[in-house]
Design a protein around this ligand. Structure first.
Ligand code: SF4
Length: 420
């Protein structure tokens, strides 16, 4: 195979992989053993960022962009008239090793269209990871996409070689899936997820007894939902995400704004803006649910099925619940402090430590890094001055927005209004 042909395949298959955002590599601790290649500990994401803000590079490609399915939202769908290509297993192994040796990448993110059937495709993905680990002694990060409908046996094997596994549910609701991806069944996603969860739990239990138990997907599993392709509300999306976190122990759910790739009356038209702001609000909500002690129904419910795009979801919740405030920074418990707009968990922890030594005032809070432009309306500290006085929610929101420099403020997506 000529270098030119490999380069052409790489162009096609790396471009086709760009729609997948679920390639965070954080959380894995596979260390370099046996003088092998690579070390995935301390790594992040390809052209993106890890949970802790670090950025690293992964070779992010599809094994093939041939597909027997015809999911309306996907550029790789069989009815799309595009150039197709497929890597051989050894070609992906060679590329990974060559790129790694040249210091271009720190790991591999490998997904694929479905050729022939799910198991045939999954077998090939597993074979790439296995060869890298066993023949090349590669200890770098590997994220394998699980093919919906793949068998339990292959899912078991995939986790032995990969750091992270993910099955993208893509469409957040079963009705949306039926509409846009009629070839797929809901169980095609949930069955592999359940298998991975069971294997991870088993591995964690066995490891406590036998230290040498082979690792199984040490960075866990993740999934991705496309946002704005169908008419789901933010409530539908976040209730669905909560379900996947709880039931399948997802490490991460990713939200990917739909990029129009087809003229199809089931989808937003070509040229419709990608809903970046909505995507950002969903990530903020996800964060509040995972790290700030909020329940999903506090933020999204029948009365408030969509997030306020103008302000972040914590501020939005606080303005709807002004009766909780003001809270005293010097006495409130951690749970309440975490609910104050402008207070991140790092600031909460600094406040809890700092107030052991003295009562905190505005200057202290400023030094700690509290975003006082938002927090000042909701807190009391060692000062008699309190910003809210008798202000109503709408007035506070107006004042905060007036002083806001939010990077998304000028980029409201037209797509947001499609389903409101
Ligand atoms: S199965 Fe995957 S690759 Fe194939 S069309 Fe559907 S989303 Fe695209």
């Amino acid at each position: 195979m000529s270098f030119e042909r490999i380069r052409e395949k790489l162009n096609i298959l790396a471009d086709a992989a760009k729609y997948d955002v679920s390639c965070s590599s954080s959380g894995s601790k596979r260390s370099n053993t046996n003088k092998g290649l690579g070390d995935s500990s301390g790594m992040g994401i390809c052209h993106s960022y890890t949970e802790d803000g670090r950025c690293v590079s992964l070779l992010k490609i599809l094994l093939t962009n041939y597909c027997i399915f015809d999911c309306a939202y996907c550029v790789t769908r069989k009815s799309n008239d595009i150039k197709r290509a497929a890597f051989k297993i050894q070609e992906v192994v060679d590329l990974t090793i060559n790129f790694y040796r040249r210091n271009y990448i720190e790991g591999l993110f490998l997904s694929s269209g479905i050729f022939k059937n799910p198991d045939y495709t999954m077998e090939r993905l597993v074979a790439v990871a296995k060869k890298l680990r066993l023949e090349e002694n590669f200890n770098g990060y590997i994220h394998l996409k699980s093919i919906p409908g793949a068998s339990d046996e292959l899912m078991r094997e995939a986790g032995l070689w990969a750091d992270r596994l993910s099955v993208n549910i893509e469409v957040p609701t079963i009705s949306g899936l039926k509409l846009l991806a009629p070839d797929k069944k809901h169980e095609d996603f949930t069955k592999p997820m359940l298998k991975v969860k069971t294997e991870i739990l088993q591995y964690q239990a066995e490891k406590k007894v036998i230290k040498s138990t082979p690792k199984y997907a040490p960075a866990g599993q993740s999934t991705q939902m496309i946002i704005g392709a169908t008419g789901e509300s933010d409530k539908d999306i976040m209730y669905s995400a909560t379900h996947y976190y709880r039931k399948y122990h997802m490490k991460r759910v990713y939200y990917s704004g739909y990029v129009p790739v087809a003229e199809d009356n089931r989808l937003p038209a070509i040229g419709t803006q990608v809903p970046m702001l909505r995507e950002n609000r969903l990530y903020q909500t996800d964060w509040l649910l995972r790290f700030y002690g909020f329940s999903v129904h506090e933020i999204l419910n029948d009365k408030h099925p969509n997030l306020d795009v103008e302000i972040d979801p914590k501020l939005s919740w606080a303005l709807r619940n002004l009766h909780y405030f003001p809270i005293d920074i010097n006495t409130a418990d951690k749970h309440l402090l975490a609910r104050v707009p402008g207070l991140g968990m790092k600031s909460v922890s600094k406040i809890l430590k700092g107030r052991k030594f003295r009562k905190l005032n505005w200057d202290h809070l400023k030094k700690i890094g509290v975003a006082l432009n938002r927090a000042k309306y909701f807190i009391l500290c060692d000062s008699r001055y309190w910003e809210r006085r008798d202000l109503q929610a709408a007035q506070i929101k107006g004042m905060i927005l007036q002083n806001s420099q939010g990077k998304f403020r000028s980029t409201h997506s037209a797509q947001l209004s499609l389903f409101n």
